[in-house]
Design a protein around this ligand. Structure first.
Ligand code: AMP
Ligand code: GLY
Length: 435
């Protein structure tokens, strides 16, 4: 019997909890999060309402409930060192210690690690803590640049020239905002191409890779609008994407392996958990956009929906250092995941309104909602996701679109995610870029 604790209560954590609940290994699930997610609550033995960064109460709760294994959903508790503290009281964690979770918490640390093991995967960049030299470096990059706050911002700390920043004045204004709060930032060369996510299970030595997925970070259709946590994702039945070659995928897999090894070399702490590489295929090959120290959200919903192997068994192999012998395989199915979000998301999301949907639907993953007088109320972040899966991506997309459009509330979603039109246009653009 295993007592499994899941930290977090978004749609990603619904996917994690469902996968654990389907395990053949006998288990009881416990959850800690700020809000009660009704879909998680139904599958849990106990729910502890707490901030996911309240490390000492998380440790005390885990001791009391005799937790064997903890799976950490979001990035903030990883950066706060929740894994370091849990492991000290004998709770094994699917999630890295803070020394190596830095790969996500600090963008400059991530770039340094990449410089040490695969420098060709890094864009040109420079680190700053004041506005001095910013204009000059932007000129050196030919006016094509990205400004990144060097810390955790839920995917919203990045501004891209020509998209979010129209001119040098807007760039300097953003730099001013960061400097005012005493922050550091990076300016990077703007990479051009197609993005994809490759997540790997890592046991400290071995990486077992998941199928590649494409996320849609921009809020609105046609990839316009501000960056979000991710509006939706798709994956193909062959576990590749139409614009990627076998070499591109093995290149990304190798990069995750090198980064996991380099993290150990630099810090003396093995990387244990899920390592998420955010890549871009460019004219000059595969480059790294970012690293995350956890499952992607929405990406977790795509991959866990088609995981054939027993997820709890995979988790136990991760913490037990026996991933090499563990079977990790996925169904040959395409997946499309779409999120509905409050009108105004991400900058001024409306909240407090009722969300009407069928909570018992296994293709639905509730996220930023709470129950009040038996009604689902939107809390302001991404509200709910739907996953369609099929041998044919077209069917997966129409399933997801049909289901997501039936969720009512003051919400919107991107109809274009997973459609043939959008995928074809990206593939065409990539072909043109590669020449
Ligand atoms: P991040 O939080 O680092 O994942 O960045 C969020 C989004 O900003 C990415 O998904 C990209 O769309 C974009 N982005 C980040 N870095 C770059 C870069 N060097 N070149 C072009 N786009 C980037
Ligand atoms: N889907 C992007 C992320 O999880 O950060």
């Amino acid at each position: 019997m295993k007592n499994v604790l899941v930290l977090g209560s978004g749609a990603r954590e619904v996917a994690i909890v469902r996968s654990i609940s389907q395990s053949l290994i006998e288990n009881s699930i416990f959850c800690i999060s700020k809000d009660i997610n009704p879909q998680i609550s139904r599958l849990c033995k106990d729910y502890f309402v707490s901030d996911v960064e309240a490390v000492s109460s998380i440790v005390a709760y885990s001791k009391e409930k005799e937790i064997d294994l903890a799976i950490i959903g979001p990035e903030n508790p990883l950066a706060s060192g929740v894994v370091n503290e849990l492991e000290m009281v004998g709770v094994r964690c699917v999630g890295p210690k803070k020394e190596v979770a830095m790969i996500e918490a600090s963008k400059s640390f991530a770039r340094t690690i990449i410089d040490l093991c695969c420098p060709e995967k890094n864009p040109k960049r420079r680190e700053f803590s004041s506005a001095e030299g910013v204009e000059e470096f932007i000129k050196q990059l030919g006016g094509e640049y990205v400004i990144k706050f060097d810390g955790l911002m839920g995917g919203k700390g990045v501004r891209v020239s020509g998209e979010h920043l129209k001119d040098i004045k807007e760039a300097l204004d953003y730099v001013g905002e960061i400097v005012k709060v005493g922050g550091k930032f990076l300016i990077e060369e703007k990479l051009v191409g197609e993005e994809f996510s490759l997540m790997s299970f890592v046991d400290g030595k071995v990486c077992k890779h998941m199928p590649v997925v494409q996320d849609h970070k921009r809020a609105y259709e046609g990839d316009s609008g501000p960056n979000t946590g991710g509006m939706g994702t798709y994956s193909f039945e062959n576990h590749s994407l139409p614009f990627l070659s076998k070499k591109n995928i093995s290149d990304a897999q190798k990069t995750n392996e090198l980064v996991a090894k380099q993290l150990f070399k630099e810090t003396g702490t093995p990387y244990v958990g899920v390592l998420y590489g955010g890549f871009m295929l460019t004219k000059s090959g595969v480059k790294v956009i970012e690293y995350n120290a956890r499952f992607g959200d929405p990406e977790a919903m795509n991959v866990l929906s088609i995981l054939k192997s027993d997820f709890l068994s995979v988790c136990m192999s991760i913490v037990g250092g026996s991933l090499e012998k563990q079977e990790v395989c996925f169904e040959r199915l395409a997946t499309v995941c779409k999120y509905v979000v409050p009108v105004g998301y991400p900058n001024k999301p409306s909240r407090g309104f009722e969300v009407v949907c069928n909570q018992n639907d296994s293709s639905l993953f509730l996220a930023s909602v709470m129950l009040k007088d038996k009604k689902l109320i939107a809390c302001g972040s991404r509200t709910a996701a739907v996953v369609g899966k099929s041998s044919d991506i077209k069917q997966a997309e129409s399933f997801a679109e049909d289901k997501i459009s039936k969720i009512s509330g003051n919400l919107f979603h991107r109809k274009d995610i997973g459609t043939k039109k959008l995928i074809d246009s990206r593939t065409k653009r990539m072909k043109e870029l590669l020449g």
